[in-house]
Design a protein around this ligand. Structure first.
Ligand SMILES: Nc1ncnc2c1ncn2[C@@H]1O[C@H](COP(=O)(O)OP(=O)(O)OP(=O)(O)O)[C@@H](O)[C@H]1O
Length: 241
């Protein structure tokens, strides 16, 4: 099956009238999809619905063919996600944090934990408590936890938030590596235009609660000198809020 995520008519409006309205989108298996939009555009709201943390007013999200609303367990079977922040137990070591997460998955053993520590570059900090970790290391531990069960799809909410240049480079490398070596599909939200340009193969621009355009990064860069120019022109074309 080639469609990883299918979002249809997704609407969630909060009491204050803000939120998302009538979002329609398909993400294909193998995409590194960038969900790009400024603060308050509605990215987290959409991702919370996708991860089953928030009930929409209407619409649906299907993940590998299963509805998040009607068949949550099957929809989430192949998904790893980090929504808002990567949480860990600060007084546990990286290894013990992962052991705790591994209890959710009967087939994840110490070998897989070691593999995930290796993939995320944390092997040498395996026995250090995560409270001593830098933000970048905490993010990597979050990814290590999210990939334990070898999910086919990783949903990451602003994975570069708060990282310095080196941390960003490492995270970008890790995402590309997982996409290439493990064939992981990514759905990544970000307000960092430059980063989305460098990381993502396909980009959806979300603005004022609406998805205003979706295109391949290659296409965009063939027609615009930068993603920033494309973003500004799309927002202007659709009317600023
Ligand atoms: N629980 C809530 N109650 C009322 N309004 C909310 C709630 N959560 C979010 N909003 C509003 O809905 C809109 C979309 O918020 P959301 O957090 O989805 O945006 P975002 O694109 O993720 O932004 P950011 O990059 O700042 O996280 C914003 O205007 C926000 O203030």
């Amino acid at each position: 099956m080639n469609t990883a995520i299918k979002i249809t008519g997704l609407t969630k409006v909060y009491n204050n009238g803000r939120g998302i309205s009538n979002l329609n989108l398909e993400v294909q298996h193998g995409d590194i999809f960038g969900f790009l939009g400024p603060n308050g555009a509605g990215k987290t709201t959409a991702m919370k619905v996708m991860a089953g943390l928030l009930k929409p007013d209407s619409g649906d999200v299907q993940i590998f063919g299963a509805s998040v609303l009607e068949d949550y367990v099957n929809a989430m079977k192949h998904v790893g996600c980090i929504i808002e922040t990567a949480e860990s137990y600060p007084y546990l070591t990286a290894n013990d944090n992962l052991k705790l997460f591994a209890r959710f998955y009967p087939h994840v053993d110490q070998r897989r934990i070691d593999e995930c520590l290796e993939i995320t570059g944390l092997s040498k900090y395996k026995n250090e408590k995560s409270r001593r970790f830098s933000l970048g290391m905490k993010q990597r531990l979050g990814i290590a936890a999210a990939i334990l069960s070898k999910p086919k799809l990783l949903i990451l909410d602003e994975p570069l938030n708060g990282l310095d240049v080196e941390g960003m480079l490492e995270m970008r490398k890790l995402i590309k590596q997982l996409a290439q070596e493990e064939r992981t599909t990514f759905f990544i939200s970000s307000h960092l235009i430059h980063d989305v340009e460098l990381t993502c193969t396909r980009i959806g621009v979300v603005y004022g609660g609406k998805l205003i355009n979706v295109d391949y990064t290659n296409n965009i860069l063939a027609n615009y000198s930068s993603l920033e120019n494309y973003f500004v022109s799309e927002v202007d074309r659709n009317g600023r809020v």
